[in-house]
Design a protein around this ligand. Structure first.
Ligand SMILES: Cc1cc2nc3c(=O)[nH]c(=O)nc-3n(C[C@H](O)[C@H](O)[C@H](O)COP(=O)(O)O)c2cc1C
Length: 246
């Protein structure tokens, strides 16, 4: 078990007073990981005869099956958690997990801070998403064009969030450096300011990733997985689909 040096209360408050974080903990280094288990995957087979022309219905079906799997598989706990990858203007990639909140007729919606690192990287106009649903041995990858959702849509979704998350959206200068204790202070200030309803911050809202590529991956024994990749040159063209080697 990893353990941490616990700071004394005095040291803790001294550390809290400092705006710049000073990393001082000593952590026992765990070793001896076993990362070569050679897990076998055994998803339901995917073949061309069962593919729809348009990948959206297949995405919805797989999401449904992740939540309510058949064949005795365990339900996926948070299938809406997806890795969002972006690229900076100088071509440096970065990834983080965000939550899929809606799939409409055009794409995949998530919500975030418009002044965050990811937001600045989404200015490139492109992003990739990846879902890994271990319990059902499935992966879905998306590459797409990014657009902001309308302020009305963002406000409508914001209104459904729990108060704590609404306050957090105002309080967090997402991706910026903050001092120890600063977030707690900011949360309190925002809570006091909006004693009643919390409006949607102007710096917060949704993005839609409009796919031009969607891959469905079904894990199979001995790494002979099924992969089908839908592509289209742009968002208004019809899709084509092909099987790809695993
Ligand atoms: C399960 C999970 C769900 C998350 N959902 C969101 C989300 O919907 N929106 C968001 O802005 N950040 C979300 N985060 C936090 C992001 O991963 C990330 O830390 C944050 O958005 C800052 O990223 P950035 O600095 O690259 O912009 C989530 C993290 C996890 C682990």
């Amino acid at each position: 078990m990893p353990h941490q040096t616990i700071l004394s209360p005095v040291a803790r408050s001294a550390a809290a007073a400092s705006a710049a974080a000073e990393a001082t903990a000593t952590i026992a280094t765990p070793t001896g990981f076993r990362l070569t288990a050679h897990n076998q995957y055994n998803a339901t087979r995917l073949d061309a005869a069962h593919l729809p022309r348009d990948p959206f219905p297949l995405f919805r079906l797989w999401l449904h099956e992740a939540l309510r799997p058949t064949h005795g598989q365990t339900a996926v706990r948070e299938p809406e958690a997806m890795t969002l990858s972006t690229v900076s203007s100088s071509g440096i990639p970065s990834s983080r997990v965000v939550l899929l909140k809606e799939i409409d007729d055009h794409g995949f919606l998530f919500f975030t801070n418009y002044e965050s690192r990811k937001a600045s990287e989404l200015e490139t106009g492109h992003a990739a998403l990846s879902f890994y649903w271990r319990e059902v041995s499935r992966q879905i990858r998306v590459v797409g064009i990014v657009e902001k959702v309308s302020p009305e849509e963002s406000q409508a979704y914001f209104a459904t969030r729990p108060r704590g998350s609404q306050i957090g959206a105002w309080a967090s200068p997402q991706s910026r450096k903050v001092g120890e204790g600063e977030m707690e202070r900011r949360v309190k200030e925002v809570g006091d300011k909006f004693a009643d309803e919390v409006p949607c911050p102007p710096h917060w809202g949704g993005y839609r990733v409009v796919p031009v590529e969607i891959e469905f991956w079904a894990g199979r024994p001995s790494r002979i997985h099924d992969r089908f990749v839908y592509t289209r040159p742009d968002a208004s063209s019809p899709w084509t689909v092909e099987r790809r080697a695993p």
